[in-house]
Design a protein around this ligand. Sequence first.
Ligand code: CTP
Length: 409
Amino acid sequence: MMLRGKKILLIISGGIAAYKALDLLRQLKKQGAQVRCILTRGGSQFITPMSVASLSEREVHMDLWSLKDETEMGHIRLSREADLILVAPASANLIAQMAYGLAEDLASTTLLASNRPVMIAPAMNPMMWENAATRENIETLEKRGIQMIGPSSGEMACGETGQGRMSEPENIVKAVIHHFQADKPLAGKTALVTSGPTHEPIDPVRFIGNRSSGKQGHAIARALADAGSAVTLISGPVNIPDPEGVETIQVQTAQEMLEACQNALPADIAICAAAVADWRVENAARHKIKKGKDLAPPALTLIQNPDILREIASHPTKRPALVIGFAAETENLEQNARAKLQKKGCDWIIANNVGMEDIFGAQENHVYLITHKNIQEWPKASKENIARDLGLEITNYFLNNEFETRKTG
Ligand code: CTP
């Protein structure tokens, strides 16, 4: 799942190679990518919108002038929401439109309106590929930083032989993975992050919750994704947006959070930043509990929730290589955090001294990183900076470990 959480806009233009785009779409999804598709009019001569929709599990975008599409997912949003735009196959015509900045249909308009990285897999007849016009257009696109995948040489569907065949889907997928891994120290790693509070229902309208904002957990998920890791963020109810480049799963209760975590394993890294409710109401009412003069206030029986961090850290077969928990302490920070390391079976604890400052909802955080070997006090910093520094510590951990394994192995 090397593309977990990555949003890819796949533009399928006209050409016999469009049939290979279906396999490409399947393989991108298998790697965990979320794929939206634009099928040009030319593309739809070779494959049906229905097959693209079925494989992508989303509707296919085809028409610039579709009122429905423009209100639900306009071409501007389509062009900006993706982490990468992949054009495969890229026909000579679409390449020319791109080179000249034409906006004639949904595909060319989206490409012109986009500020996202673009990769193209050209496919055309060898004479068209060799034509001076195409040569110049390709040169123009390369100068603008558009990445080319192929084309390869061989026998073409039209019977001619030469360069112009679209690269095989597995090679395109490899190039896409490589794109996401370049300069990314955690590339190839997978991470699971929990964030936010949990809400434990009392009845359908009331719940037990806490004041966790999710800011620190969400910032960590984003920082790990920026460092190249594929990240699944499992978040309780929060009022902040889903971080970019991260697969976010929304849950309400501790039990749902545990289940989502178990489904997200295996992962190389697990970071439990959620403020999970320690207890839930044993028999949450199915209907709203009524109050009244003659009705006694309800008595709530609480039972213990699962300890998600401990469950992950003690998983018999899928324990992540690095498991990190949080601790909110008001006194004896180091001693209590060390006890928590043991009790939870995790590798590191990020401890907050909550006695001194109100951390919930705040922009800044003051933490200590406690491992089995040492303790570091980090200067007070924004939650984003703490997340970035934690990302660096995690990168160092894997660099050192992999170095040690190479030395001894
Ligand atoms: N945690 C969890 N599942 C729970 C409870 C806690 O995953 N049911 C995780 C939190 O995400 C956090 C760590 O465990 O990483 C916090 O442990 P916890 O025992 O709740 O400690 P504190 O909140 O610090 O509180 P206390 O000292 O009262 O134990």
